[in-house]
Write a protein that binds this ligand. Structure first.
Ligand SMILES: NC(=O)c1ccc[n+]([C@@H]2O[C@H](COP(=O)([O-])OP(=O)(O)OC[C@H]3O[C@@H](n4cnc5c(N)ncnc54)[C@H](O)[C@@H]3O)[C@@H](O)[C@H]2O)c1
Length: 294
């Protein structure tokens, strides 16, 4: 199959929902064999079936990749099935709570350390020997919150800052092995996390989060996947240690510029990929909420 990832094998963690669904499908469209990784409660099987139904190549892998043995087994299963590993996408993550820090639930903090930090560490550690063989690359999920810090989600921002700094150090360390390492830093994206009905934000936080974006809207998962695709492809052969923000400009914005954007300029692009699996599965609620905010 021709494409920008022809003959490549990619692992996409958290690949069964939200941004990960878009990355899995985009990579498969561009010729990659994709290992869609998620928890056993994630719609991994459905995403794999949809890729296969579109003529792509994919397998699913179910497990908690923050656990060392599981991460190692995931890489082993990938190489057993497809013979090699070229790209690791550390996209899995969680966003469990919003609160001022004196009220921030300790178990939510620990949950983020496990799923945002341990998962990236364990998968990267397990994948590096295979990536060194193929001169492959890693693309990980940072966040605008990891760059700037964000009130009410300060520990979440901290976990994402860890991913971003980890990636920079790794880029320098692994350059001698021919392995590139980059990050994508999304702003508010149209997944369950950024809607009050399906994520931890209240109405005020949801409204301000979108109004703070100069482009005046959430990004789509596919718009984020487009940048993952570039960084993972050989077109980015001179890019390492970088964080590419896909944030509608939020990292350079002040006040609430999104409120000044007229509604006809806030329309999301239609995209090319059929995406159906948000973590909560409640796409209709999110579509109605998006319409009521425009
Ligand atoms: N949605 C946003 O606005 C936004 C903004 C900035 C960054 N991000 C980052 O993008 C990534 C994806 O976010 P999303 O909105 O698509 O979320 P999502 O909840 O739809 O997808 C994340 C997936 O990762 C899986 N996962 C989490 N921990 C796991 C583990 N230990 N083992 C296996 N699977 C695990 C979840 O079950 C889920 O399917 C996250 O890393 C997030 O921090 C998202």
């Amino acid at each position: 199959m021709l494409g920008r990832l022809a003959n490549k094998v990619a692992i996409v963690t958290g690949g069964g929902s939200g941004i990960g669904e878009a990355i899995s499908k985009k990579f498969a469209r561009e010729g990659a064999s994709v290992v869609v990784v998620g928890l056993d409660t994630d719609p991994v099987r459905a995403v794999v079936d949809e890729i296969l139904g579109s003529g792509g190549r994919a397998i699913g892998y179910l497990g908690d990749i923050s656990v060392q043995d599981v991460a190692q087994d995931c890489v082993k299963a990938t190489v057993k099935e497809f013979g090699r590993l070229d790209v690791l996408v550390n996209n899995a993550g969680v966003f469990p709570a919003t609160a001022e820090l004196d009220q921030y639930p300790v178990d939510a903090f620990e949950y983020m350390i496990k799923n945002n930090i341990y998962s990236a560490f364990m998968m990267t550690r397990a994948a590096l020997p295979e990536l060194q063989k193929t001169k492959g690359n890693i693309v990980s999920a940072g966040s605008e919150a990891g760059h700037m810090g964000s009130p009410m989600i300060t520990p979440y921002g901290g976990t994402k800052a860890w991913v971003m700094t980890f990636s920079k150090g790794l880029a320098v360390e692994q350059a001698k092995h021919g392995v590139r390492v980059n990050c994508v830093g999304p702003g508010p994206i149209d997944t369950a996390w950024t809607h009050k009905e399906t994520g931890p934000m209240n109405q005020k936080m949801e409204k301000n989060t979108v109004a703070g974006v100069p482009l005046g809207r959430r990004g789509t998962p596919e718009e984020v996947a487009n940048v993952y695709l570039f960084l993972a492809s050989d077109e980015a052969s001179y890019v390492t240690g970088a964080t590419y923000f896909v944030d509608g400009g939020v990292t350079i914005s002040k006040s609430l510029p999104g409120e000044e954007v007229p509604s006809h300029l806030k329309q999301q692009p239609a995209g090319q990929i059929k995406l159906e699996h948000s973590k909560d599965g409640n796409t209709k609620v999110r579509e109605e909420a998006a319409a009521s905010m425009s």
